[in-house]
Design a protein around this ligand. Structure first.
Ligand SMILES: CC(C)(COP(=O)(O)OP(=O)(O)OC[C@H]1O[C@@H](n2cnc3c(N)ncnc32)[C@H](O)[C@@H]1OP(=O)(O)O)[C@@H](O)C(=O)NCCC(=O)NCCS
Length: 169
């Protein structure tokens, strides 16, 4: 793997950060077959994100030739830290960059004396679940349930059993 450095976000990373934000929206669009998710300018959410008062830090993964290829943010919720978001550019996924970003945030959280870290992947995001579990996120601490109010055929993908009950992902 090409050498990847993890370092704090700088204002000059703005363009790359915005592009990674677009990739987050693309991931959602693909998973839920919803081409409109994120609106016409999905990168705009990144600017809003950077103004959040509960944002404790943002780090990027950088490679000598490719520049910034991944980003992770740490949101503070009392003594609990929330990873939001973690994203690696699509062509470089599955090479350990996500894991390196998650390890950095875990170190940062320990420095801030946080009690735990949480993250909320979409239930059908298998790659994210695999990466997160490998990084130590192995406690299912909360579940968000949805009821579809409009008939939306094709949005159900798999199913999962929890306490003997079946749910769609
Ligand atoms: C989730 C995400 C950040 C993971 O980053 P990554 O750099 O691909 O992850 P890593 O390479 O560090 O993955 C570690 C593990 O997950 C597996 N994995 C992750 N993405 C994979 C992919 N696209 N294909 C195959 N395996 C993958 C790796 O094989 C590895 O497994 P192993 O430890 O058993 O070998 C990345 O897939 C991504 O940016 N997805 C889109 C945004 C997103 O869904 N964010 C998560 C929101 S919570």
């Amino acid at each position: 793997m090409t050498a990847t450095a993890i370092r704090p976000y700088r204002p000059s990373d703005h363009r790359a950060g915005r592009q990674l934000w677009v990739e987050l929206a693309e991931q959602h669009r693909e998973l839920y077959d919803d081409p409109t998710f994120g609106g016409a300018d999905p990168g705009a959410g990144f600017e809003e994100y950077l103004t959040r008062l509960d944002l404790s830090g943002v780090w990027v993964a950088e490679q000598p030739d490719a520049g910034v290829v991944g980003l992770i943010g740490l949101i503070m919720d009392g003594r609990v830290g929330r990873v939001e978001p973690v994203v690696v550019t699509a062509r470089l996924r599955g090479q350990g960059i996500g894991r390196a970003l998650l390890d950095e945030v875990a170190n940062q959280a320990r420095r801030r004396d946080l009690a735990r870290l949480t993250v909320m992947p979409q239930s059908r995001n298998v790659n994210a679940l695999r990466c997160l579990r490998g990084a130590g996120y192995d406690v299912l601490s909360a579940v968000e349930l949805t009821v579809e109010l409009r008939s939306s055929p094709g949005t159900r993908e798999g199913s999962i059993e929890l306490h003997g009950q079946q749910f769609h992902t």
